[in-house]
Design a binder for this molecule. Sequence first.
Ligand code: ADP
Ligand code: MG
Ligand code: ZN
Length: 489
Amino acid sequence: MSKYETVIGLEIHAQLATESKMFCSCSTKFGAEPNTNVCEICTGQPGVLPKINKKAIELAIKTGLALNCKIEPMSVFARKNYFYPDLPKAYQISQYELPIITGGHLEIEIPNEGENSNSRLRKKINITRIHLEEDAGKLVHKGAERIMGSEESLVDYNRGGTPLMEIVTEPDIRSPLEAKIFMEDLAHLLQYIGVCDAKMEEGSLRCDANISIRPVGQKELGTKTELKNMNSFRFVQMGLEAEVARHTEMKASGEKIIQETRYFDTKTHDTKSMRSKEEAHDYRYFPEPDLVTIEPDHKWIEEIRATLTELPEKKRERYINEYGLPNPIAEVLIATKSISDYFEECLKIENKPKEIANWMLVNVMAYLKNKNLDIKDIVFSPRELIELIKLIEKGTISGTAAKEVLIKALETGKNIKDIVSESGATQISDEGALQQIVKEVIKNNPKQVLQFKSGKDPVIMYLVGQVMKESKGRAKPDLVQALLRKELS
Ligand code: ADP
Ligand code: MG
Ligand code: ZN
């Protein structure tokens, strides 16, 4: 065990999935021509009045409910004053002393060190608060060699005013891996409940990570540094690992760690200073005079609670307990909401969880992955998958043929029934037709026939295999075996 313990707390910015911005009706659509989704309000012209986007409040409350938090009966917006070219108002509307949500936690599953590598430990990471704010615009640096400072900078205000939710955790995280797992689980949850598309690579979810180390057993926290704006799950872990190593080395050589903001250089894989505490802003927060306080009533909160779908963790338990699925399969199915929705649509038609899960995982999902598609992109409906499973059960087609039929259905969007009748993939259950193949196989494999006749019973399976091959997988194996035995007796 190392002498020092790592302590991490995260500040996460999540873009809320609203159609319009936080305080005006401009579109939040990503990828528009620069400076086309802007108006007087989000560019901070004098004399305009912001108005709160009710949907953003609703999504924040939904998040709070999903994370077991307290929804505050009264919260206020505040002005956070600072100047930066991506912020034309020279203040950001945020929340400070009275955030909309406090308390709560997310339970994550971490590898259990010391135990065998497969065992897992459940751990609660507490949430300090969640508050609402607006995003800033985006600076585009041209000819930039370094992160800061470049030849020429352009500014796009389309993102300015986009609703953001900032989720702050307690310093409960104990390793860079735990931080990564927390981010992944949080992203999954936010996607699940539909409040944020949570794609770190596209910036809809971003993370500032605060880290310090302290001697094992010490209660008091060490001096922290903050890693700004990490934009991938992997970089969260890598950046923190680099920072833990730096802190540890500094402690070992007796150097003093200074509180500062740093960034992870994804090229050199180390962290570099951005600004020290002395350069920190005094934001001179004060309550936003142009906006009313947020006072969600009980009835509205309960209405929002009713829209909360089953959360991933509950769903996983249900898949295991109710459907008897093994944990790894349950995990794959719940990992993507559209996949678990599809699975449940199938179940509504036919209650065969194991068969459906099996066909989805082994065939449908493999196909989607291969083509880089989402299940929502294909026309192959749950009804068709059930049709396929039924045809196999009735013995109309063999498992082997079914795979080909399925691929064809996925590719062409045609009905299973049509594909089966067109391709002649139906199983040969007509004895006369099979008899012919059986006779031929017996004639062509005298050695194995002799072995079988001298008492080596398992050789029958070899002969069955030969008949299956000749019939191109369209024969029914048990029928083939019966015919072979009859012929050889
Ligand atoms: P600041 O005012 O500098 O932003 P906060 O107290 O608001 O600091 O905490 C910001 C984040 O940093 C929180 O997620 C918190 O859990 C975490 N944090 C605070 N102190 C430490 C520390 N000493 N080591 C690691 N994380 C910390
Ligand atoms: Mg902070
Ligand atoms: Zn606007």
